[in-house]
Design a protein around this ligand. Structure first.
Ligand SMILES: Cc1cc2nc3c(=O)[nH]c(=O)nc-3n(C[C@H](O)[C@H](O)[C@H](O)COP(=O)(O)O)c2cc1C
Length: 196
């Protein structure tokens, strides 16, 4: 198999500056870089998408939406750290996905690695189930295992931003490694099909 450069787009589903998910995302980005991927992050707080409204789009997509769509388009893999709000995907992340998938679907054919941190005992299990379902609807592939749930997030990080639990760290590493393999296969198959 020819090794090709894989581009990753990293997104935190939390806008909060001191967010646990932002912290987890930084760890995941570092792992992905060390594994050889080209990683860039898009910050939903800076992007400041409007609330989804088809009347707005009737005048053309807002610039922030165009930026988001292009960023997704140019990635092979999405790396998403999601919080859990009321047992589901937090509004800002769902809003971003809805805008990005409106009219055209830049997600189609990508791979994604999702994980998340919450202060609750289930560590975003329920929001990840919903996110997996939404991404699958957009033709995104996710490895079935491992799933990474950072529970009691207020106690999960050391002052230097690393995870207290080394087992979780290993799971996150494996999740990213397996997702890179999946994306590599997808890219390889695409090239093979085009060459036929
Ligand atoms: C509106 C709201 C709903 C929440 N619902 C849940 C929940 O369903 N499950 C959970 O584990 N934590 C829930 N939390 C707590 C979050 O896990 C906690 O705020 C966490 O720090 C959010 O992630 P962040 O630090 O990345 O912003 C909720 C928080 C808010 C503000």
């Amino acid at each position: 198999m020819t090794i090709q450069q894989l581009n990753i787009l990293a997104v935190s589903g939390s806008l909060r500056t001191e967010s646990f998910n932002r912290k987890a995302l930084q760890i995941a980005k570092k792992i992905a870089s060390e594994l050889g991927a080209d990683v860039r992050e898009i910050d939903l707080k800076t992007l400041a998408l409007p609330v989804f409204d088809e009347d707005l789009r009737a005048h053309g997509f807002p610039e922030s939406v165009v930026t988001l769509k292009q960023a997704i388009e140019s990635a092979d893999i999405l790396l998403i750290a999601t919080p859990e709000h009321n047992h589901s995907i937090p509004g800002p992340l769902k809003n971003a996905i809805d805008w990005a998938s409106d009219k055209t679907n830049p997600f189609s054919g990508k791979a994604a690695a999702i994980f998340g941190a919450s202060t609750g005992l289930f560590g975003t299990l329920r929001s990840q189930l919903h996110l997996r379902q939404v991404l699958t609807a957009l033709n995104v592939e996710l490895v079935p295992q491992p799933q990474v749930f950072i529970r009691s997030a207020h106690e999960a990080f050391l002052p230097d931003g690393s995870l207290v639990d080394s087992k979780l760290m290993k799971q996150l590493h494996l999740l990213i490694q397996e997702t890179l393999k999946l994306a590599q296969c997808k890219k390889e198959n695409k090239v093979n099909v085009l060459n036929k």
